[in-house]
Design a protein around this ligand. Sequence first.
Ligand code: HEC
Length: 135
Amino acid sequence: MTGKHRIFIGYHVDDLLYFTPTALRFDIGIDVRKKAEELFEKEISNSIVQNKCLSCHIAEGSNQDQALAFVSTSNSDHLEINFLQFESLHEERGTEYIINKSQGFISHGGGVQINSGTTEFLNLLTFLQLLEQIE
Ligand code: HEC
């Protein structure tokens, strides 16, 4: 689905079928990224990152270089910065790793942060699956 797409539009004039001479081009990747950013802003940033992860995963001192080094909402770029934190870890380790860590299914310094089947779980999963489609 993602990537560059081209469509030609066909139309009838009397009995003849014509096509637009040039293709309309569109790039689905951009839409998926936008969707991921919107979901992040609405459902992930506050209820998950700020409320459940930031206390440990905070970009400070020696934490700065680690994966998921989040910043608080006092940083006006927090949405972009925190989104990129997920994106780069996701690129490296994938959806399952992050979701399993959050649930404490694989050893996690923060234990269980998100319970399966909850709204938060579904939002995080959907978000990570959107990231998969961007890459
Ligand atoms: C109570 C502290 C604490 C909280 C809260 C916490 N974590 Fe963690 N997390 C840790 C520690 C410590 C580590 C490093 C050790 C490890 O990998 O388990 C870690 C590691 C991780 C990793 C692995 C990072 C890597 O470099 O491979 C992921 C993914 C992760 N946490 C996700 C989350 C998410 C998502 C949240 C919020 C929903 C969260 N954690 C909340 C303490 C916490």
